[in-house]
Design a protein around this ligand. Structure first.
Ligand SMILES: Nc1nc2c(ncn2[C@@H]2O[C@H](COP(=O)(O)OP(=O)(O)OP(=O)(O)O)[C@@H](O)[C@H]2O)c(=O)[nH]1
Ligand SMILES: Nc1nc2c(ncn2[C@@H]2O[C@H](COP(=O)(O)OP(=O)(O)OP(=O)(O)O)[C@@H](O)[C@H]2O)c(=O)[nH]1
Ligand SMILES: [Mg+2]
Ligand SMILES: [Mg+2]
Lengths: 292, 278
C-alpha cells in the first residue's frame, strides 16, 4: 500500500542528503495515485493533496527522522478529519413513529439495509416497522416481507397496484396502530437523472417528513459518486450515507468524495448479506482502507 | 473541449481529467495519453479534431477484442451461466437476454439458480412470465447445483434449445461462494459435457477500479467468456472496461441501458468510445 510506496521514495531520498520540498512533492504524487486508485473523485483528490501540501512540506516533515511516516501520519489525520472525525449517529428524536427513508441508485443495497436497520433498532429495544414503497421492481415488496419475517419485524402490506405516495400515507397509520416507534421506508432504486422519479421522492418526503434520509451507496462506486450524491442531496437533503458491500475488496473512496462534496456523513457500513452485517462507520478504519 | 484551440500541456491535463472521471483509471489513462502524445509528436498533429479522433480510435482499438461471434446455434441446448457480485443486474439482464433470443426464434429456459437471496426466485419467475419463457425453480434454500442439473435435464427432454442460468450475487473475495460456482459447473458438465458454453460476468457501469479485481478473480476461479456492462443509462461511463479488455482479452457482449425488457444492446466499441469522450 501507501506505506511500502513511501518506503521506496524515502529510501531513495535519504540517499540524497537533505530532504527538500520537491522530494515531498514526489511523495504527494504517490498519495494522489493511491487516492485515485481507491476511486476518490479526481477533483476531491486535487483539493485534498493541495490542502495537505502545506503541512507536508513544513518543518514537521523536513526535520523528521522518518519523513515518510510523518507524511503518512498527516495524510491519515487529514483523511480522518475530512471523513468526519467522530462517528455520526442516527437521529431518532421527535414524536413516534420516527420516519427514516432510504434512497439511492438501483442495486445499491437499500432493501437489505432497511431490514438491517430494523434489526439493529430492535436490538436497541426499539419497535420499528418496515414499509415497502418499491412498486416497480418485480418481487421487491415480497423481498422486504421475507426479510421482515426473518427478523420478526412488522411489514406494511404494500400492494404494487398502489402508488408509493398512498402506501407511505397509509403506512404511517399502520405503524401507529401497531405501536411502532420507527418507520423505515424502502424506496425503489432510481437514477439521479430520472426527473419524474426524483420528484416522486420529493413527494414521499413531504408526506413522510423523515427524520433521516439515508443515501445508500455501493462501496465499489467510482467517480460517479459525486454526481449521484450531489443530485440526491440537492433534491432531498440527505442526512446520512450508508456505504454497502464493504465485505468485498473495494477501497471505498466514494465515501471521501461524497463527504467532501456534499458534507453528508457516512453513518453506517454494510459488511455482508446477512441482516446483522451492519456497523457504525469509523472514519479511522475507512481512512486506512482508502489509503490501501 | 472548453473552446481550447491548441494542443498543449493544459489540453492533456483536461484529457486526463475526462478519462479519470470516466473511471478509466490511472494506469490505463497514462497509457492512452502517452501513446497519444507520441503520435502527436511523430505526426506533428496540430488540429484538435484529429487528436480527438486519434484518442477515440485508440480506445476503440483496446475495446475491440478479436472473438468468435456469439452464436447460440452452435450447441443444443446452448447453456449460458450468468455471474457477478451483488446487485449488478444479473437477474434483470437474464430476462432481457431471454427476450432477445426468444424474438430471434430460440426457445429459452431460465433457471432460478439463486436459491439464497430473499424473493430471488419470485423475481426471476415474474420476469419469466412477462417475457413468456418457462422457468425451472425449486424452493428457497435448495442446492443451486441440483436446480441447475434438473434444468439441463428438462432442457434436453423438453426441447429447450437455450438455457440461461441465474446465480446468486457474491463477493469474489469469498472463496466458499466461488467454490459454489465451481461446483455448479462440475455438476453441469455431468449432464452436458460442454456446458456452460458461455459464462457471462455482469459488471455495473457505476463501479470504479474494483471491476478489475472482480474480473481477475472470477476469471481465475471459473473462467469467464464474456462481459455484460449494465446501467449505462446513468451518468457513469464505465471507462474501467478499457483496461479490463486490454488486460484480460474478454469481449463485452452486451450493455444494459435501463430496467425494461428491451433495454439491452449489443456492445459497440465506437458508440462506447464516443459516449465516453462526450
Ligand atoms: N456482500 C454484500 N451484499 C450486500 C450488502 N448489502 C446488500 N447486499 C446485496 O446486494 C444485492 C442488492 O441488494 P438490495 O437490497 O436488493 O438492493 P436495492 O438497493 O434494494 O436494489 P433495488 O431495489 O433494485 O434498487 C443483494 O444481493 C443483497 O443481498 C452488503 O453489505 N454486502
Ligand atoms: N438503470 C438501470 N438499472 C438496471 C439495469 N440493469 C439492472 N438494473 C436494476 O438494478 C437493480 C438490480 O438488478 P438485479 O437484476 O436484481 O441485480 P442482480 O445482480 O441479480 O442482484 P443480486 O441477485 O441481488 O445480486 C434492479 O433495480 C434492476 O432493475 C440497467 O441496465 N439500467
Ligand atoms: Mg430494493
Ligand atoms: Mg439476482
Amino acid at each position: 500500500g501507501l506505506t511500502s510506496r513511501f518506503e521506496k521514495i524515502f529510501k531513495y531520498l535519504r540517499g540524497q542528503g537533505k530532504l527538500t520540498e520537491s522530494n515531498i512533492k514526489e511523495a504527494l504524487r504517490e498519495v494522489r495515485l493511491a487516492l485515485l486508485e481507491a476511486d476518490v473523485h479526481y477533483r476531491v483528490v486535487r483539493d485534498f493533496v493541495k490542502n495537505i501540501e502545506e503541512r507536508a512540506i513544513g518543518q514537521e516533515v523536513l526535520s523528521s527522522l522518518t519523513p515518510g511516516q510523518q507524511v503518512i501520519k498527516i495524510v491519515h489525520e487529514e483523511l480522518i478529519a475530512l471523513l468526519g472525525g467522530t462517528p455520526a449517529k442516527l437521529q431518532l428524536d421527535g414524536p413516534p413513529p420516527v420516519p427514516i427513508m432510504l434512497v439511492g441508485l438501483q442495486g445499491s443495497g437499500k432493501t437489505t439495509t432497511a431490514a438491517k436497520l430494523a434489526l439493529m433498532l430492535k436490538k436497541e429495544r426499539r419497535s420499528p416497522c418496515l414499509v415497502p414503497a418499491d412498486i416497480y421492481r418485480p418481487a421487491a415488496i415480497d423481498q422486504l416481507k421475507v426479510l421482515g419475517s426473518q427478523i420478526n419485524v412488522p411489514v406494511y402490506p404494500s400492494q404494487k397496484d398502489l402508488k408509493p405516495e398512498e402506501i407511505v400515507r397509509d403506512a404511517i397509520n399502520f405503524c401507529k396502530s401497531n405501536n411502532c416507534d420507527t418507520i423505515i421506508v424502502d424506496t425503489a432504486g432510481r437514477l439521479h437523472i430520472d426527473e419524474p422519479l426524483m420528484e416522486e421522492l420529493q413527494r414521499l418526503k413531504q408526506i413522510l417528513e423523515p427524520r433521516e434520509i439515508l443515501l445508500v451507496v455501493d462501496a465499489m462506486t467510482g467517480q460517479d459518486a459525486v454526481k449521484v450524491s450531489e443530485t440526491f442531496h440537492e433534491a432531498l437533503g440527505i442526512t446520512g450515507v450508508v456505504l454497502t458491500k464493504l465485505d468485498g475488496d473495494a477501497r471505498g473512496g466514494a465515501a471521501l468524495s461524497i463527504r467532501a462534496v456534499t458534507g453528508c456523513p457516512v453513518k453506517f457500513v454494510g459488511i455482508g448479506e446477512k441482516l446483522d452485517a451492519i456497523e457504525i462507520f469509523y472514519p479511522d478504519r475507512m481512512s486506512s482502507r482508502i489509503l490501501g | 473541449f472548453s473552446g481550447r484551440k491548441t494542443i498543449d500541456r493544459e489540453l492533456f491535463d483536461e484529457l486526463e481529467e475526462i478519462l479519470i472521471t470516466s473511471d478509466v483509471g490511472v494506469a490505463a489513462t497514462r497509457r492512452l495519453l502517452n501513446n497519444l502524445e507520441e503520435r502527436v509528436e511523430r505526426e506533428s498533429i496540430q488540429e484538435l479534431e484529429i487528436l480527438y479522433k486519434m484518442l477515440e480510435e485508440e480506445i476503440i482499438g483496446l475495446l475491440s477484442i478479436p472473438a468468435e461471434p456469439l452464436d447460440p446455434n452452435r450447441a443444443d441446448p446452448f447453456v449460458i451461466m450468468v455471474v457477478g457480485v451483488n446487485g449488478v443486474g444479473k437477474t434483470t439482464t437474464i430476462a432481457k437476454l431471454a427476450n432477445h433470443w426468444k424474438t430471434e426464434g430460440k426457445k429459452p429456459l431460465v433457471v432460478a439458480g439463486d436459491t439464497f437471496r430473499a424473493a430471488a426466485i419470485d423475481q426471476l419467475a415474474m420476469w419469466a412470465e412477462r417475457v413468456g419463457v418457462p422457468i425451472i425453480k425449486q424452493r428457497p434454500g435448495a442446492d443451486p447445483s441440483a436446480v441447475v442439473y434438473d434444468a439441463l435435464d428438462a432442457a434436453v427432454s423438453r426441447g429447450y434449445d437455450l438455457v440461461i442460468i441465474d446465480t446468486a450475487g457474491r463477493m469474489h473475495t469469498k472463496s466458499n461462494l466461488m467454490e459454489e460456482l465451481k461446483k455448479i459447473r462440475r455438476v453441469m458438465a455431468k449432464k452436458i459435457p460442454e456446458a456452460p458454453h458461455e459464462t457471462f460476468l455482469v459488471l455495473d457501469a457505476t463501479t470504479g477500479q474494483n471491476a478489475y479485481s472482480q474480473v481477475k478473480t472470477f476469471k481465475e476461479e471459473i473462467s469467464i467468456s464474456g462481459l455484460i456492462l449494465t446501467k449505462l443509462d446513468g451518468t457513469a461511463k464505465g471507462g474501467v472496461v478499457i483496461g479490463i479488455c486490454h488486460e484480460f482479452g474478454i469481449p463485452i457482449r452486451f450493455i444494459g441501458v435501463g430496467e425494461g425488457i428491451e433495454d439491452l444492446r449489443p456492445f459497440q466499441p465506437e458508440l462506447f468510445a464516443k459516449a465516453l469522450l462526450g
